[in-house]
Write a protein that binds this ligand. Sequence first.
Ligand SMILES: *Cc1c(COP(=O)(O)O)cnc(C)c1O
Length: 345
Amino acid sequence: MISLERLCRPNIWSLAPYSSARNEYAGREARVFLDANENPYNQPYNRYPDPLQLELKEAIAKVKGVPAESIFLGNGSDEAIDLPYRCFCQPGIDNVVAIEPTYGMYKVCADINDVEYRPVLLDEHFQITADKLLAATDSHTKIIWLCTPNNPTGNCLKREEVVKVIEGFEGLVIVDEAYSDFSAQKTLRSDLAKYPNLIVLNTMSKAWGCAAIRLGMAFASREIIAIFNKVKYPYNVNLLTQQQALEALKEPFEVDNWVKILLQERTRMVDAFMLLPICEHVYSTDANFFLARMTDAPAIYNYLVDRGIIVRNRHRVQLCQNCLRITIGTKPENSELIAALRQYA
Ligand SMILES: *Cc1c(COP(=O)(O)O)cnc(C)c1O
């Protein structure tokens, strides 16, 4: 791996971060807070939240098996996707490589940050070849984006190829594991110690059922996390989110139960889709959604919208012509979708 100093934008490497009232006394016991110009009334909302979310990180560390110093928490994964550009990519000069098709935010954040985005097409089984990805890099490539299970395709990327990319690239490899709770694939966050150039993303938005609170996480070396902490907004995760996430983390068995039900329903839905005359193919999936190739995805999409049922039309996405992406809902919701599709004429 190239040194972090060389990977980092020079202005970020030398940045003196904002020092908030609350970091300066950190670690010592305090009773009287007259340092932050807060209103002393209206507790607990009158106080600024913990900028480093230490209590929440300890709870996440236990559930995810990653030390708290290796965790960054952000306002959704969105923040954890944007920050690496801001920290490592010189606008107009550096570039990133990503698989195609994949989650749209990697490209949107590249465009916002004026960083060249180099998509590398997956093969017809939606798999990667490490050599193809590595061949798309040059001396200005700072990041390779991978997503497994991938969105919108639903499949896991082959582990040997993912490891080849991590081991064969001198810059950062970011692996988005937003859907890993639905998958039997081994999570890469347990291999962080082995790969100093690896960043693994997770979110509370999917299996944990907390999309509304906006909590995303990045797991990486403590050196990379320290750079993120320097650049993020000082109070990027608000108190309500921290409290709600702590509550959710007390109920990991509830998540296991949701996942179990959703996977059973996924099997039922995939089986039902395969019997539909208007469905040509269902791609194998490791997530809480699946991709189905239909006879006429745009027409079927509009038909469903007219009935108040919204799925994701992926017809215009490369390799996904005539594909709809179906999220697994409750049993009655899933049944309603199937019933509507059976009536499609
Ligand atoms: C849904 C999703 C996320 C979650 O984003 P949040 O900002 O945490 O809600 C991240 N990555 C992928 C690939 C997703 O599909």
